[in-house]
Design a protein around this ligand. Sequence first.
Ligand SMILES: *Cc1c(COP(=O)(O)O)cnc(C)c1O
Length: 368
Amino acid sequence: MEKTINVTSPLLPNIEEFGEMLKEIWDSKWITNNGSFHKRLEEALCEYLKVPYISLFTNGTLPLITSLQAMRISGEVITTPYSFVATTHSLWWNGIKPVFVDILEETGNINPEKIEQAITPKTTAIMPVHVYGKPCDTKAIQEIADKYGLKVIYDAAHAFGVEVNGESLLNAGDLSTLSFHATKVYNTIEGGALVMHDEKTKKRIDYLKNFGFAGETEIVAPGINSKMDEIRSAYGLLNLKQVDEAIEKRHQAAIKYRQVLKDVKGIRFWDDIQGVKHNYSYFPIFVDANEYGKTRDELYFDMQKQGVYGRRYFYPLISTFTTYKGLDSAKPSNLPVATKMANEVICLPMYSDLSEQDVERVLDCIVK
Ligand SMILES: *Cc1c(COP(=O)(O)O)cnc(C)c1O
């Protein structure tokens, strides 16, 4: 049996360099609480991502939960069902009612035209997701938000390093959240961040992720603990040095996938968008069973039999899970595009050390 090819594989820093940094941390005996590696990583990420302020977190879910606290969001929030569950769970953990609206087939992102119809007197914010790192229509979303006085918090977990016409996508909206989980383009094993526009907001968020401490004896809010430690900050500094190269390798894999798949009837995929610097975080394909001659699940499980493990991201839709399926907005009739895409999608293996032979093996499963 040939080796299995997984959907993803983590980008790992050089172990010797990591060892040297660990030695430095051991010598300092400062292992968490805003230490020097933590500060250095925040600075380095601001520069790399072209954003003014960033606050590091222990994972990508707590920035979502904290962002809602920081903006004092309540009532109802309009969001997408086509995402990872953490997006909607963050609303639930804040006692907020999620209101699902459908997505666009061209991007997989929330359909701005559907947002306005879903607004009620209780709506306080919009939480879109740049799914697979493809930019949402940030301009249209901001116009609606401004018109109705709503906040916009982007779940940008997939959008590390994505730029539109030379500007970071992470500067859109009021706040953007990132995940540095092992499966993402850039990882700190577990980790995440919030991107904000001004120092005042950063200060408030830094309080919130540290129990609300504003000084030795002063607590200004019911905060949580979500501080990134020194070891993962050091790991993150090293991974940042090699992330451009990793993205370029993913790009090459995407080129190869597209070259071959463009001739396969019934398999749809997206091309790059002009003016967008992509990060190639995922490579989703959509299977039209009638044209292709096999259903998505038939193809998915055939691939597994040959040792190739894709993932059905994002199936099932968040709106179908027990916690949310009772909501009016969760009805499949309200979400026809998302339902269709969830039933057709497979994300193909995509990571920086995916070899050409690996890509060919994946393609062989689909082409024959
Ligand atoms: C990965 C992910 C998260 C959560 O990140 P964790 O770091 O795993 O907590 C949130 N939203 C989306 C869209 C994600 O893909």
